[in-house]
Structures are given as structure tokens and as C-alpha cells.
Design a binder for this molecule. Structure first.
Ligand code: HEC
Length: 257
């Protein structure tokens, strides 16, 4: 039985990719530790908290979308956080999407669910010009692009403080405990009550940060739940197969001993 237990443990270790170890990122000379948070979507059985992700979409749409594009994601991705087809159609239709008209000239048309989210700026140069020379990166896969993942995103959003005594912050820069080098060109995008949640949740900075992080985690990996379900099935099957093989081995060798 020991073999069986060991095999099962090894297999489980394979699918459990998230530990409670604080994630870190190398900063200029020092390591920044992002306090580990509890997320509904971590662990082998994790799922996205639909209500949090929907609130997070509201935060993205009302706050972050003013500067950040999300050009790898489309309106229909919102079905995965529980929005109905009707709601998605309405959201898309409210946005004008640049296109080429019948006369070959650039024009705009109302969006459809298959459209990507509209970027706030036509190109990087325009984005920099509007942001003091800094570029607001695309948020579609930001959570996967940073070593600290969701913990890093959350830490960044709640990490704005006054600079410690003796530290001077550059022109157009803001002090943030969790940004490499501690100076970031993004002003704190959130303040208490920045959005009004339809479900009555109090919109504290922590709450909005948690919600928008949940939403961006979903957007970065919409197929995660399916992948994890499949992983669990595979592990269960392999455990079953291990048991079967072991039983067969005992049966085959029973007469030999
Ligand atoms: C007024 C414009 C503006 C708004 C609104 C804004 N950002 Fe930013 N953001 C920026 C800029 C500019 C940068 C680049 C900062 C830098 O490189 O110093 C940035 C950088 C970031 C980064 C990258 C940090 C890194 O590790 O490189 C993340 C993540 C981010 N923003 C998330 C958000 C989220 C989430 C929201 C909404 C809650 C938001 N931002 C709202 C302008 C904005």
C-alpha cells in the first residue's frame, strides 16, 4: 500500500502548482515579497468567484480601461464569468469599433460579442503621449506575465503609500511599496468609493483591487477551470489504474510465493 500512497502523492504534487510560498520579484538590488492572498481560483480545485469577477469587470471598465487595453480578450469572454448573451450583446453594442466602410474609408460600427475590447489609444505613441511618456501595458495576460501573478497585481494596487523619509519621488512618479524600484508612473487608480457596485458591496480600495485582480486572472486564463477539472479526472484515473495494476500484480504472483 505504501507504493500506492507514494504514487498518489506524487501525482497530486504534479497538479498542485500553487503553494502558500510568498511570490517574489527581483527589484533593483532588493527582492520584493508580495503578501500571499487567498484566491478562489488557486489550488487544484480552484474556480473563479463569479460575483467578484463581475465586480472586477466593472472596475476594469470604469477605471483601468481609460488607460489600459485588453486586446487579446473579446466581449464574449465575459460569458465565462456569468454574463448572459443578452448582457454581452448590449455591452458590445454600446462600444463603437473602428472599421473600414464600404467606401474604403475608416469609420466606426457598434460592437458585437466577437469583437475584442476596444483599446483606449490608437497606438503606443498616443498612449505614451497621454501618460507622461510611460506606457500602460496591455492587461489581457498581465497576471501570467508577472512572476507574482495575482498576489503581485493585488499588492501593486494596494501598495501606494507616502515615500519613506529621505526618498524623493521623481516628477510624474508615484511611490509604491510593491513596484520594482518603488517609483511607478501610474498614479493610484483606485480610491474608496471609486465605483458603485450594483450588488451593494462596499467599494474599498482593497475590495476593488481584489475584484479586478480576480477578473484579470480570469481574462488571462479563461480555460483554467476546465483544465483543472481535467487534471483532477486524470489523477483520479491514474490512482485507479495504479490500484488496478497493483491488484493484478498480486493476483499474478499469488501462486508463485
Ligand atoms: C491614468 C491612466 C491609468 C489608469 C486609469 C490605470 N493605469 Fe495602470 N498603468 C498606467 C501607466 C502609465 C503604467 C506604466 C507605469 C510604469 O511603467 O511606471 C501602468 C502600469 C500598470 C501595471 C504594470 C505594473 C508592472 O508590473 O509593470 C499594472 C498591473 C496596472 N497598471 C494595472 C492597472 C489596473 C488594474 C488599473 C485599474 C484599476 C489601472 N492600472 C489603471 C496608467 C494607468
Amino acid at each position: 500500500m505504501k507504493i500506492l500512497r507514494n504514487a498518489a502523492a506524487a501525482l497530486l504534487a504534479l497538479v498542485v502548482s500553487h503553494g502558500a510560498v510568498p511570490s517574489t520579484a527581483a527589484a533593483a538590488g532588493s527582492e520584493i515579497k508580495f503578501p500571499p492572498q487567498i484566491w478562489s481560483f488557486s489550488g487544484p480545485f480552484g474556480t473563479y468567484d463569479r460575483a467578484a469577477a463581475q465586480r472586477g469587470f466593472q472596475v476594469y471598465a470604469e477605471v483601468c480601461a481609460a488607460c489600459h487595453a485588453m486586446k487579446h480578450s473579446s466581449f464574449r469572454n465575459l460569458a465565462g464569468i456569468g454574463l448572459s448573451e443578452k448582457e454581452i450583446e448590449a455591452l458590445a453594442a454600446a462600444v463603437m469599433i473602428p472599421t473600414i466602410g464600404d467606401d474604403g474609408q475608416p469609420t466606426e460600427r457598434p460592437g458585437i460579442p466577437a469583437d475584442r475590447f476596444r483599446s483606449p489609444f490608437p497606438n503606443e505613441r498616443a498612449a505614451r503621449a497621454a501618460n507622461n511618456g510611460a506606457y500602460p501595458p496591455d492587461l489581457s495576460v498581465m497576471i501570467k506575465a508577472r512572476p507574482g501573478g495575482a498576489d503581485q497585481m493585488y499588492a501593486l494596487l494596494v501598495g501606494y503609500t507616502d515615500p519613506p523619509a529621505g526618498v524623493t519621488v521623481g516628477e510624474g512618479m508615484y511611490y509604491n511599496k510593491y513596484f520594482a524600484g518603488h517609483q511607478i508612473a501610474m498614479a493610484s487608480p483606485l480610491s474608496d468609493g471609486r465605483v458603485t457596485y450594483a450588488d451593494g458591496t462596499r467599494a474599498s480600495v482593497e475590495q476593488m483591487s481584489r475584484d479586478v485582480t480576480t477578473f484579470l486572472a480570469y481574462i488571462a486564463e479563461p480555460e483554467m477551470e476546465q483544465r483543472k477539472r481535467m487534471g483532477v479526472k486524470v489523477v483520479l484515473f491514474l490512482i485507479f489504474l495504479t490500484g488496478l495494476t497493483y491488484a493484478t500484480k498480486r493476483k499474478v504472483w499469488a501462486d508463485v510465493h
